[in-house]
Design a protein around this ligand. Structure first.
Ligand code: KG4
Ligand code: ZN
Length: 362
């Protein structure tokens, strides 16, 4: 069954069309330029940007779907309404992110999904955004690549701007959360550190670039919060405070070398905590088959650390195979929805579906 999926959980308006794990069409409108000057996501601006663009992004995804199928070349230059109706005849269901995320942003996607499900009489499938990040390593391109197959059980780590969670996946769609952050998420910590350094937003990629060029990678040897605790939870807000005082103590004159070493030390601390907690989880659960999803796993240094960890335990690790799948996107939501559709997990009463900003996995 082909599924049209929508994600408006935060600052990306995203629509994709998938068939099983294959992505037939994918459109993401990032609002980074809108929020950048405020140093973070501004909810009302996000809501407005989603509202202004959702119709256009849905149409664009359908147009690209048809072009990819080589149905008509005329579509390159326009999109008559009747074509939306024709394209929708080939779609079996509508999937939408129900939460977690920004309430005012989630609402826009849910409203659109309900309207389309009603108008075209399609099944509606509600997806948890975090399930999307967990399944993102299994998303395939139109040709069905990469071919990686499922081999349960998995230990999954989500590392995004809003979440840091360790989850056991014994079979499809069954999650057991075994650890989570008590305050800031890993990406959020990197964003805040970048802000303190005056680097800009989002901070993760900027810190990665500086860290790569630092002479002494862990010069400041910042605290590794919660590393000695026996549980699998994370906490990054203390690290941010330690970083703040370290900067305050310095002479404020951040030369290139000093900034690079500060950025790199902060990254080292966050990444060591992520890797060591995951190692603890491997030991506790006996699962050495890892999945890592979320914006922060775009970082190549972190990928290497997880590859090393997996091989230390003779296991494997899978990441999102294409860069767009690390950040927010609707393709991963569509792929989860495909597995839900196989089990007929539909949302039958359209009117009841509502956003759940704090939705949890289990
Ligand atoms: O998954 P995502 O796009 O959005 C959420 O669902 O939160 O993740 C965004 C986060 C931001 O905190 C951003 O700084 C971080 O991912 N990020 C990175 C990199 N690229 C994005 N962190 C470290 N290294 C990167 N290359
Ligand atoms: Zn996300």
């Amino acid at each position: 069954m082909r599924i049209l999926a929508i994600d408006t959980s935060c600052d990306e308006t995203a629509v994709a069309i998938v068939e099983g794990r294959k992505v037939l069409s994918n459109v993401i409108f990032s609002q980074i330029l809108i929020h950048k000057k405020w140093g973070g996501v501004v909810p009302n601006l996000a809501k407005k940007a989603h509202e202004d663009r959702i119709d256009m992004i849905v149409q664009e995804s359908l147009r690209r779907y048809l072009i990819n199928r080589k149905i008509t070349d005329n579509l390159r230059y326009g999109f008559p309404n009747s074509i939306e109706e024709d394209a929708m005849k080939e779609i079996g269901g509508i999937a939408v992110t129900q939460g977690p995320g920004l309430a005012v942003a989630l609402e826009v996607g849910i409203k659109k999904a309900k309207e389309m499900a009603k108008k075209y009489r399609k099944k509606l499938i509600a997806v948890n955004h975090l399930e999307g990040h967990i399944y993102s390593p299994f998303v395939q391109n139109r040709q069905g690549k990469p071919k990686i197959s499922f081999n349960f059980p998995y230990l999954a780590l989500i590392v995004s701007g809003g979440h840091t969670e360790l989850v056991v996946l014994n079979k499809h769609l069954e999650y057991q959360r075994i650890g989570a952050t008590l305050d800031d998420a890993a990406g959020e910590a990197l964003d805040k550190a970048a802000k303190l350094l005056g680097l800009g937003y989002p901070g993760g990629p900027l810190i990665e670039r500086l860290a790569k060029e630092a002479d002494n990678k862990d010069y400041h040897n910042l605290p590794r919060p919660m590393l000695k605790s026996d549980n699998l939870n994370f906490s990054f807000s203390g690290l941010k405070t330690a970083f703040y005082y370290l900067l305050k103590k310095g002479n404020q004159n951040l030369s290139g070398k000093i900034t690079r070493e500060l950025a790199s030390s902060f990254q080292c601390s966050v990444f060591e905590v992520l890797v060591m907690k995951t190692e603890k989880a491997i030991k506790k659960t006996g699962i050495n088959n890892l999945l890592v999803g979320g914006g922060v796993i775009a970082n190549l240094r972190l990928r290497k650390l997880f590859r090393d960890l997996a091989s230390k335990y003779s296991g494997k690790v899978a990441f999102p195979p294409y860069k767009y799948l690390t950040g927010d996107n609707a393709a991963m939501i569509g792929v989860v929805a495909s597995f839900k559709a196989e089990k007929e997990l539909y949302f039958n009463d359209l009117n009841v579906l509502d956003r759940e900003p704090r939705l949890e996995l289990c």
